[in-house]
Ligand binder design. Sequence first.
Ligand SMILES: CC(C)(COP(=O)(O)OP(=O)(O)OC[C@H]1O[C@@H](n2cnc3c(N)ncnc32)[C@H](O)[C@@H]1OP(=O)(O)O)[C@@H](O)C(=O)NCCC(=O)NCCS
Length: 386
Amino acid sequence: MRKVSIIGGGLTHFGEHWEISFREMVAEAGAKALHDSKIEGKDIQAIYGGCMASGRLLGQEHVGALIADQLGLNPLPSTRCEAACASGGVALRQGIQAIASGMYDVVAVGGVEKMTEVSVEEASLALGGAGDQEWELFNGATFPALYALMAKRHMLEYGTTEEQLALCAVKNHANAVHNEYAQFRSPITLEQAMNASVIASPLKLFDCSPISDGAAVVILAASDVAKKFVDEPVEVIASAQASDSLALTGRETLTSLKATQIAAKDAFKQAKITPKDVDLAEVHDCFTIAEILAIEDLGFFPKGKGGKATEDGETALNSTVSVNTSGGLKACGHPVGATGVKQAVECLWQLQGKAGQRQVKDAEYALSHNVGGSGATAVVHIYKKL
Ligand SMILES: CC(C)(COP(=O)(O)OP(=O)(O)OC[C@H]1O[C@@H](n2cnc3c(N)ncnc32)[C@H](O)[C@@H]1OP(=O)(O)O)[C@@H](O)C(=O)NCCC(=O)NCCS
């Protein structure tokens, strides 16, 4: 297989966008990615785009063709990928596979979601479709409720505390202060997080990612041509994906995401490195408990020790492993289809040394982890500075 690199990335600001439409967000992120990659539209041979719920949220389907049209790239083949909140990560994997197979030299991978056009209640119902509609959502189990169940079980089995959960949010808000694209750029204290209104006990407001609008684009190129475009491409040294039951009732355990564990094992095998080698990780913290599960399931900390590791500052910027330097889903925002691609952009800019005040020192290896639903899809990518 051909090796694949990322040569550039572009983001819109994540947050609430009243002044810019779904398609304009794609165009903005796309234009920035082309500029960052020093390429032109004519260099791109195919497009893969992650989007979860545009039909439900905006009444707009056929997003693959819409993206090509909006970017002025007709008649390029353009394909929408849907895997709930992992849509962006799955689109990225499709783009990587298309180049690795030898079919293309250069492809664009995008992710987009516009969620604030509808009420939070309507957005919650749309998001709930990422779980099991018949067994979970129909019975009232929205996503905060499902992750609250996982949090309760983790607390029971391992003694994880509400303070430890809240400290994930405190750290991620601190990182987002230095990210100009982030939805929430104000720091929060442990007291604020602990005293916030309860969403689904034990999860409170600051334990939850927000409802967000945003788009992200990366440009991929075969590694053997990447340096024709930019001096510092970042190689994708692993791309892995796994699936599990949609409903929590089908799982062996509530305190691990098996799909993450399997995808991570495969990714580390492909990359020929261990979790200890990773300098920074963008993990899927749709809720603070999801970050605790992720840092354990990815192998950074033993099962049950994620809460303690967070409390001890082992996931802070420039610590054992810098987790969610962008601010994560919690503070950077979570426009669901865009998240997996935004994670790749953060890894790219970190490995290129372009992350400003949130830069991880001497970063050599980065990992991104994108989850669909409550863990039915997990996608893990590992990147290396060339
Ligand atoms: C947590 C949640 C229910 C809050 O919704 P809400 O109570 O209706 O909140 P509102 O939109 O009315 O916002 C109220 C305030 O809280 C802030 N806010 C909303 N969500 C926030 C969050 N997650 N973190 C921090 N602040 C948040 C808003 O900015 C607003 O602040 P302001 O009054 O200063 O403008 C909603 O963000 C949510 O559903 N999040 C989970 C999304 C999800 O499930 N994603 C998929 C994961 S798999």
